[in-house]
Design a protein around this ligand. Sequence first.
Ligand code: MN
Length: 252
Amino acid sequence: MKKTLIYILLAATFAGCARCPASTDAPLIGISSGTDGYNVSLGGNYPVAVAKAGGIPVVIPVIKDEQAAQMLMSRLDGLILSGGEDVNPAYYGEEVLNASVSFNAVRDTSDFLLIKAAHSQGKPILGICRGHQIVNVAFGGSLYQDIPTQIGTEHRQNVSGIPRHKVGLEPGSRIRSLLGDADSVSTNSHHHQSVKEPAPGFSVTARAADGVVEASEGPGAFCVQFHPEALVADGEESFLAIFTAFIEDCRR
Ligand code: MN
């Protein structure tokens, strides 16, 4: 009887380890989410990629209060801004360009509060897709509101699978060192907007063939326009390096 119990406990322990590689010093990684006014909305690939890279994912529902954002970030080790709607162009001093622009005021407020709290506390920031765009705006940059109208190309393809596009990687950049020091990589693309004027202190480190900014790096923040979490979910392990490097930063 006793032996059976021990075997069950051992089996449960090993099963648990296989599913969740979290170590005792695993950083707590906040992940922003969206809302339809009631439900928390976030694709499941983000928490899976964080856990796979050695972090403990903490999904953050939209938040309205600055003090709450500060308290929350004080308990977390890093912040991922996830994908979602467009950013209200009023935040970079522009009128809405056309009917294709669709934003969520509640989410904009929440993301700005989280970015401000993380940055003021020196916690690393990883921006993905909309996350890239809102980080750029939060630090003083601007966006193309509608890529098809303003650039004449289409980047709303698929989060995973094909079609995809090539992304040229800047020599000496962090993204290039993380992705095997290649001149370019093939990525997914599922975005309506992109960085226009990079925020002061930020460098553009990857571009698509049409010039669309696909990655930027600034003090305490690293951003990509594509979806590495979906590529990892599709078995493209090379993109996990974006998460493992971020989680290493969050340990410090
Ligand atoms: Mn793209």
